[in-house]
Design a protein around this ligand. Sequence first.
Ligand SMILES: CC(C)(COP(=O)(O)OP(=O)(O)OC[C@H]1O[C@@H](n2cnc3c(N)ncnc32)[C@H](O)[C@@H]1OP(=O)(O)O)[C@@H](O)C(=O)NCCC(=O)NCCS
Length: 248
Amino acid sequence: MSGADADTRLDPPLEFGMFGSAAHRDRLDFSAWPSSKFWEAEYSPEMARQYRAANRVRFPGPLALPGWVFCDLFVLPAAIGVVTGPADLLDDEMRGALQVTSPERAIMAAYYAAPTLTPGVFVGVSLISLLSGRGLGRVVKSMTLQTLGASVQRGVAQWSNWSLRSHAKIGPMRLVGRVPSGHALEHKSFVYEIDLRREQFHPEANLRVPVDDLEALGGLLDRGRAHGDVFIVSPGFDGHYVHLFVEK
Ligand SMILES: CC(C)(COP(=O)(O)OP(=O)(O)OC[C@H]1O[C@@H](n2cnc3c(N)ncnc32)[C@H](O)[C@@H]1OP(=O)(O)O)[C@@H](O)C(=O)NCCC(=O)NCCS
């Protein structure tokens, strides 16, 4: 993997680990961070409770993660990557939401990517960070994908989501096409892929499109689907424009 391991490290007291069914422990490659922890989902009710609370903070209301999806589709088929740290790094509101007190360790960020029918291809499902301003979203995503042995990460994103900044730092996001029907944010979302085996390239954007110009962005999505030559590149999104690289 080239894209996901670039500039990926955690300074103590932050730690990385994975949380999933005991059956997956030996499938995970922790060699790049051997002191990482593995929590067996069957015997870690506190981690499950905290993860679900953390997920609810970042995906509230109708987006809240149902318990059966967490169990059947997250931790039974695979494992969730988590960054933990002392709870007092979080603000009062976050500590309250997680129901943790200062001396405890708490989840600071987490990423779940689901395995697919194609070996090595994972679909990014849920990226959260409770400790803003440290780029932990990118770090937990990179570490998780590397530990899973992912070669390609596919995902759905919205043109105006700040998470594009985190995704695009991992690698160029090739535009794959429109999202399958039924997605709640279908009209402003797209499917992308990051090839994690690709030699790292950081091209300068050669096209910037206003984020509210959904017609132009839709046209680029169709071009990307047909030719595979349109990428979102870092910084990805700046509040006004989506930054793209179109291969000539
Ligand atoms: C996406 C997410 C995980 C990123 O968390 P993070 O790594 O802690 O993010 P940071 O606070 O370090 O911000 C990352 C970048 O976005 C920028 N950013 C984030 N929110 C911003 C805002 N409201 N205004 C301006 N810039 C913003 C930061 O300045 C930073 O920029 P940089 O690339 O120059 O460093 C987090 O915002 C989150 O939990 N979002 C809600 C869930 C979600 O939408 N997930 C993604 C889809 S699954």
